[in-house]
Design a protein around this ligand. Structure first.
Ligand code: ZN
Length: 323
């Protein structure tokens, strides 16, 4: 598995197929990561990303490979990994964004249950960040794949986002993801108690198995819940998101740097499987980001989305939330 910084002619053909006559002239990427290796334990990071800087210049160059001049804004948060110096990487990210020539970056701070709520509040109060990014790996040191939401996104994060009308970006766990009753109960209860908290369920509620996206039906009554489509490489999950939540609550995201590895993620039984070009010894596989754009196009065509709907997905919904 390796991070690609150039496209092959084959990638370009597929990208043309995905984007020509489809993407609107302006795109906001609603889910992307940056990282600086100084703040990460090398063995806690995917080897494809370990040790390499992935700041705003690298991000922008990478996304321009996919989107060309259409990229006009992004919602960015540090790559989540175990034993990360969160205070360090948050401070680095906000300083980098401030120094950027065009102040278009919107940021979310990486947070963990053990962090000081007062410090998280400061990120939001001063306007440096527009959201909080918790992650299940910070729940405990063991296997966190079946952990309850409040173990990694405790109530203080919801309250903090509610007070500042900020985004809380959740990567759901448990096998059934948004279809799991415990996840649904917590999401309904907390999004109702904290209506000012804008809940972003990443990866269509982590529907890497597209069948689990049906669980979103139980959450559709809560207007402060939206989904991003980052790293989704099957059209089915994106279609369910539109069917269940409507065109105003689905937002395109790249999930850079995941977008720039050669592979895709597919539904497999009641689970999902990431497959990578190098591991499959298949040079005809393309980047996750291109697979994802192809899936967006297929979903939009199958559903008969209008130009206005497509513009909402790639731009207007994100602008409404990020300002
Ligand atoms: Zn992500």
């Amino acid at each position: 598995m390796k991070l690609e910084t150039e496209l092959t002619s084959f990638d370009r053909e597929l990208l043309t197929e995905a984007t020509d006559g489809f993407l609107p002239p302006q795109v906001i990427d609603f889910h992307a990561h940056v990282m600086d290796p100084r703040f990460y334990a090398r063995d806690a990071v995917n080897p494809a990303f370990a040790g390499r800087p992935m700041g705003f210049p690298e991000y922008t160059a990478a996304l321009e490979l996919l989107l060309g001049p259409r990229l006009v804004g992004e919602f960015v948060f540090p790559y989540p990994a175990r034993r990360t110096d969160r205070a360090g990487v948050n401070a680095w990210m906000t300083a980098e964004a401030r120094a950027a020539a065009t102040p278009r970056h919107r940021l979310a701070a990486l947070v963990a249950p053990a962090d000081d709520p007062g410090v998280a509040g400061e990120w939001l109060r001063g306007g440096a960040c527009r959201g909080l990014k918790p992650y299940h790996l910070y729940a405990n040191d063991g296997d966190t794949r079946q952990t309850d939401i409040e173990d990694w996104a405790p109530e203080w994060m919801w309250r903090c986002c509610h007070e500042h009308e900020a985004m809380l970006i959740l990567h759901l766990v448990k096998d059934a993801s948004s279809a799991h009753p415990a996840n649904q109960e917590a999401l309904l209860r907390l999004s109702t108690r904290y209506p000012g908290c804008r809940v972003v369920l990443a990866h269509v509620g982590r529907s890497f198995n597209h069948r689990t996206a049906r669980g979103l039906k139980a959450l559709a009554s809560r207007p402060n819940i939206v989904v991003d489509t980052s790293a989704i490489t099957e059209s089915e999950g994106i279609k369910i998101a539109f069917d269940v939540l409507g065109v105003d609550r689905v937002l395109y995201g790249s999930d850079y740097p995941i977008s720039h590895v050669r592979g895709r993620c597919v539904t497999a039984g009641d689970s999902f499987q990431w497959i990578y070009g190098e591991e499959m010894n298949n040079p005809r596989m393309t980047l996750v980001g291109i697979e994802s754009l192809l899936s967006h196009r297929q979903a939009a065509e199958d559903l008969g989305l209008s130009r206005t709907d497509i513009e909402k997905l790639f731009f207007a919904n994100a602008r409404a939330l990020l300002g």
